[in-house]
Design a binder for this molecule. Structure first.
Ligand SMILES: [Zn+2]
Length: 281
């Protein structure tokens, strides 16, 4: 392994088997877990450009056959699937809700691509690697162990949170959390289940003795202590918003100034809190 090239490609080593590097768009964290027989790519980027760069970077670390997982269906995490498939990656894991979302409404994710994301071919749906394809393998029952050769990882669904199909990837002391945990950004609520999300973060915290390092979907690798801060912030926001919804049933937006997520995400948060009011368990 050429250490300088690995560093220049932006890789950070998180554990014995675990690596992460940041890609466009939105500084998404794409992960890698390496066994002795195969390696797992955690999220595939937003299209052929980011997937191509990531694949090149992966090949600086390992020549092993690759499999992949989509932590959820959002464009920056899953629209590189076709480019990876064209590079021979035929096994991509995902939650059934992620498969359903990409199968049924994948074009909505394409529409999210902005000019700054630098994926014009994907945006225009023209050229190699620009089809939207869902994961090929479903994680049913909320748990899937994958043997990479002398090292296993576990894909888990701890409940609906940032999306209906969030998968976490546990590998030794490292937890790749997808956008269930973001660092440096407000959480993204558009497809979220806020109350269930709080429970999922609570479960991640309960596992803090197992997972020393949390790799968020965006931002710096975190300690479980920092995730605790996210829990309290979301808990507090839900309380404030619930009270506002009760008090101003017709105009809960009055609670926006006291929510800690900024105006756009606060609005999504309130909407999703309302929409999921009766369906939450
Ligand atoms: Zn997301």
């Amino acid at each position: 392994m050429d250490a300088t090239a690995v560093e220049q490609a932006g890789w950070t080593r998180v554990g014995d088997h675990e690596w992460v590097r940041t890609e466009r768009p939105a500084h998404v964290n794409l992960g890698l877990v390496v066994g002795t027989e195969r390696a797992l790519v955690v999220d595939t980027g937003a299209g052929p450009r980011s997937a191509g760069r990531h694949l090149e970077a992966v090949r600086l670390i390992t020549d092993l056959p690759l499999i992949a997982v989509n932590t959820h269906h959002h464009y920056d995490h899953a629209l590189g699937n076709h480019a990876f498939a064209q590079a021979g990656v035929t096994e991509v894991w995902g939650h059934p809700a992620t498969i359903e979302a990409l199968d049924g409404y994948g074009e909505q994710q394409r529409a999210e691509i902005t000019d700054e994301d630098d994926e014009p071919e994907m945006k225009a749906a023209s050229g190699p690697g620009t089809r939207i394809i869902p994961p090929t393998h479903a994680v049913t029952g909320g748990l899937q162990e994958l043997d990479l050769g002398d090292h296993a990882v576990t894909l888990t669904h701890l409940g609906r949170a940032h999306s209906a199909g969030d998968l976490l990837v546990a590998s030794s002391g490292v937890l790749f959390a997808g956008d269930v945990v973001e660092q440096g950004n407000a959480p993204q609520f558009a497809d979220s289940f806020p109350r269930e999300w709080l429970k999922v973060i609570g479960k991640i915290i309960a596992l803090d003795e197992i997972h020393e390092h949390i790799v968020p979907g965006h931002g710096q690798v975190m300690s479980p202590d920092l995730v605790r801060g996210h829990y309290h912030r979301l808990d507090q926001a839900i309380r404030v918003a619930e009270a506002a919804l009760d008090e101003h049933a017709t105009d809960a937006t009055k609670s926006i100034p006291v929510l800690p997520f900024g105006p756009i995400q606060s609005r999504y948060f309130l909407n999703r809190l309302k929409e999921t009011r009766d369906e939450d368990v």
